[in-house]
Design a protein around this ligand. Sequence first.
Ligand SMILES: C[S@@+](CC[C@H](N)C(=O)[O-])C[C@H]1O[C@@H](n2cnc3c(N)ncnc32)[C@H](O)[C@@H]1O
Ligand SMILES: [Zn+2]
Length: 272
Amino acid sequence: MDATDSAYVCRRCGQGLSRRDGELACPNCGVTVPIADGIPRFPVPAAVDNAAHETFFDRLAPVYETPVWFQPLYRFVGGATAPRDDRSTIASMLALEAEFATEPAAEGDTEAPSVLDVACGTGRITRRVARDAASVLGVDISGGMLERARRYAVREGLGNVAFARMSADELWIDDGAFDRVACCWALHLFPDVDAALAELRRVLRPGGRLVGTTIVDEYVLGAAPVRAVARLTVGAEPFDVDSFRDRLREAGFSHLEFDRRGAALFFRARAE
Ligand SMILES: C[S@@+](CC[C@H](N)C(=O)[O-])C[C@H]1O[C@@H](n2cnc3c(N)ncnc32)[C@H](O)[C@@H]1O
Ligand SMILES: [Zn+2]
């Protein structure tokens, strides 16, 4: 059993799932979710399952954390003023422990928080956050990314981390199950952003925080040819900052804080 098993619920009937040999099962309606290589594989919507970028990320997984991918792309998108290490920035924005807190603790913040890392990829952020969180569940649609994520976490001996295949817009997770949600470098990839934001809000407890990064149509991504490359390679659609703010509010978030560096937008919001 993983530390985060109690967060899973059946999307058909709302019951908690229980783990038995090689699968998670709903004791009420009989839905089963296979577990392969230690990773539960929840059903994902057809539009997501067929998306070209899933295969892209499967293939990218082996090089994603090597010097050829994330860092150069981050520098290109974020420019010279972006934080050197986005993982530390995200960990600090999540306010996981008192010395990192940038605002008074919310009611109920008595112990280390539980964190859901949506679109966790190879677990770059998941592993960093696990140092200070009670537990972290990383979810992603790409099996290739998740298999790497699990391997890296095992190699680092992290016992409070689990991974599952799930789509951001159809989380098999209970309402209010997490104190924090992270969603980094991914919202611009989702086919249904508003459905995903509504899900991120739903799985946060009231007063819980959403922290993340995405890309906006400024700086290098202000140029139409660069946006076209982003769209054609990974299906990325950079946001307009103002409409992104409106969409967060629409999904039930308040206390919005934005920090734009180049075309990279760091954001934090509170679940109403
Ligand atoms: C650029 S990577 C970011 C990974 C990680 N958050 C990080 O900061 O390194 C984007 C990830 O989003 C995932 N993704 C794309 N669409 C998704 C969806 N609908 N639900 C969950 N994950 C998705 C991809 O598989 C990929 O692993
Ligand atoms: Zn059920």
